[in-house]
Design a protein around this ligand. Sequence first.
Ligand SMILES: [Zn+2]
Length: 718
Amino acid sequence: MPFIASLILWAQASWCGTDEYMKKVHPDWELRRLLMEAAAPIIEAQQRTHQPSCTPSRYIIPLVFHVIYSNSSDSISYERILNQVLRLHEDFRRIPETPGFSSNGADTEIEFSLATKDPNGNPTRGVVYWRYDQPPLNWSSRDFCRETQDFSMKQATGWDRTRYLNVWIVPRLCVQPDPSSPCDQCNSVAGYAFYPSAGATQYGTVLGSAFFWGGSTPRAGRTLVHELGHNLNLAHPFQDGCGTSNCSTSGDRVCDTPPTAVQTGNFSVRRQNTCTNDSPDLPDNMRNYMDYVDDDDMTHFTAGQRARAWAAIQNSSWRLAPLVRPTVPQQTGTGPYGLVKAYFAASHTVGCPNEPIQFFSYSMGAPHIFEWNFSGGVPDNPSASCPTVTFSSPGVYDVRLIVENQSGRRDTLLKTGYIRIEDTVYTLPYAESFERTVFPPPHSYIHNPDNSRRWERFHSTSPPRGAYGASQASMRLLFFSYGSYGEKDSWITPRLDLRPYVNTSHSIQLKFSWAYACLNYEGQIGSYTSYNLDYIDSLRVYVSEDCGRTWTLLWERGGRDLATHPAGCIAAQGSISGTAQFLPTANQWATDSILLDAYKGKTIKLRFEGVSGWGNNLFLDDIRVDTIPALQTTLSQPAAHIRAYVSGSTLYLSVPHENLPMSITLYDLLGREVWQAKENLSSGNHAIALPTSFPMGVYLVRLETKGEVMTLRYWHNP
Ligand SMILES: [Zn+2]
């Protein structure tokens, strides 16, 4: 497809024409932007959980599309308009099980709604078709020149800016590099938008038709997501390069988008860290909707961008505030008076009999009527937007949602075989070493919300690379090739039965082995340096008492703390070759254990979650839940007379007032005594070296003096 290839090459310099055009329209743009920043209250980004929530759209913004066309190939059908609006909804609301979902992203709680009433209150489909060579446009060519025609086109066609956000789609978008040259750079710019501080006659977005949903380029569908981001006052993450150390007043003025020196050269995602002024120093994340990558590589807005967009909407002197007035939806036939589209997802889709599953409606069009059908599952409230549902018997269940809003419009979404209820409960001991070829092993399952890399079985015979002996198989996540940050992938165990152990003195222990290396990378991208950085991934272990609806974090480790490779991170420079990929040898595995005594009397599931940081590969093996002899020691509160902590392999003790005889005993997590020392400690501070010859793992230190006992737990990493 040579046409597309040359188009991409051509478009490199300025795919989105917003920045350069702002400078053209307002020669004092930098000053204006600073004033605009001063006026915009920056709401501190709330650190929200990434769990799904039952949140209706906070702001609904009416949209009208003006399609300017010359023939059928550059016109845009109503069906394409609808699909584009759905893509907006999925992306801005981060809807699970759609391409708009990312574990790393934020739900902006902003909805764009296609107008169904025109400025006179008459029915409309929210799309106005204008022939380029007919009144009121009368263009001599189908090519639209941004520099000379922006104002007149918007004046001639735009709808009331206090009630509609106008989007124009032109047959070909052309730009004029400078006033003396012809306006002949066509399709080099995909679209451009005005910030909400713009004049009413300028505000809105203009797109070339090739870049609209269903268009002929790899950036057809999310160009509008990006440009509407500008309309919401979001800048490019590479705005002003790295900026200063103050992320709220420099760069893109958003603190959770890592500063980025320059846009990606060829719209492809790569590991890079072009700025070091962020703390902690994070890699550039060009998968943001406001960066320059192809549609398929874009994944998210951040919580900080949401806060900035909300602040822009709330600014009463800007263009957005009038659009979200309470009277506007009825006048424009949007939100509850507009189109509806049913969307839903569940907290988890593999459940147990009589254990509730939470459903969430993400439907478009502010519906107030919800008619659910769970094929026999019983909801707590069948007309709620987010009901909790119990299924009493094992089986596979369809789920259907019908929604209706104030306009009387209805929509139905049916997900066939969506819920699987299993009643299998495994008794202890439970052991999984992935030696069987079936993966995931029976009654366990994979959660891969971004449909990208996932946990997979890894089998290697020569040499065997499992966690122990001649073990040939393990489970792995290829973070080396994942290509993104903050995405989560889980393997979830079958349900395990801890009910028989309530009155036993035995402890219950989860033991598992892993192997990991992070990746340390630096390189050169054209004239930009990708500064030295550890690219780190994480492993988390969770437990659920309610069959997967809610999870409690038990264990977390990442980066060099997770690494079992002797170097911690494997180093790479320049272009990264496959030899930097981590493959564990037999002695590069570590084992840890977690006590599950708190869950005696219950049935539990365990979840092993990998969090991507585009570092290096993570392997997991030899997962075992079993009873062990009760531990000799339990954790206790610090004794009154002594204060102590362990750092590295040193025990720090502070002894007040008097000389104390001190017995120091070390236990491993199986409760075995592995070391002991007796000291007479004078009052004051002491640093006592603990032995370093033990394998990596969790150890307990028991301190005993004059009848007082204190127990500390520490992580030993030799
Ligand atoms: Zn842009």
